[in-house]
Design a protein around this ligand. Structure first.
Ligand code: NAG
Ligand code: NAG
Length: 180
């Protein structure tokens, strides 16, 4: 089911508020990256590191082999584990080139811009002329606001991100996390 950007923004607000309130209970549990087109994109590394009980982070680097990349969409699908991971609430595709063009004029883009800017070089619009890096992104970085709104149930979740260039999925990143 496609969800409109306006709904997606509502989701982001909830998501942000929710994570903030319960941040100590949210944990990354695993991350996986896979190239779906090895002529287009290759992961140099992709890992979750546990520094200690309260500090874990994700780092990844993807080499783009057909530069420049001028058309990018990103699909976010949330899953919840119930006898295997089942689709849960959200399945959204965004045009990254369009939304990141003027992040300060668009709430969704601004959200990602603020989230990624300290951890990533995926912080500008197309074209992408370089490898993409996410450096030491901790779940604390997801927290920016202060109120709990969404009654998000406890459990194990998977946020699957498909990276789509020229309307073909080229790579997938899976962020596993738990809420306890
Ligand atoms: C965990 O590691 C981080 C980074 O090294 C450090 O700042 C923090 O104090 C540590 N927390 C605990 C509980 O040891
Ligand atoms: C998300 O939506 C797309 C397009 O409708 C579909 O191809 C894909 O299978 C969906 N993914 C999930 C997890 O439901």
């Amino acid at each position: 089911m496609a969800i409109k950007p306006s709904l997606f923004f509502v989701f982001l607000i909830f998501f942000t508020y929710y994570f903030t309130e319960v941040s100590s209970l949210v944990e990354f549990t695993n991350v996986q990256c896979e190239s779906l087109d090895k002529d287009f994109a290759l992961f140099e590394y992709c890992f979750l590191k546990s520094v200690n009980r309260s500090y874990k982070y994700v780092s990844l680097k993807v080499k783009l082999l057909k530069l420049p990349v001028t058309k990018v969409k990103v699909n976010f699908a949330l899953y919840k584990r119930v006898n295997g991971y089942l689709p849960f609430l959200y399945n959204i595709t965004l045009d990254a080139c369009r939304y990141l063009k003027s992040p300060h004029h668009h709430p969704i883009a601004l959200y990602f811009h603020n989230w990624f800017k300290d951890y990533s070089n995926i912080n500008h619009t197309c074209p992408y002329n370089h490898d993409l890096v996410l450096d030491k992104m901790s779940y604390h970085s997801i927290n920016t606001k202060v109120t709990k709104i969404l009654p998000f149930p406890e459990g194990n979740y998977l946020l699957e991100v498909h990276w789509i260039a020229y309307d073909i999925a080229r790579a997938v990143t899976k962020f596993y996390w738990s809420l306890t």
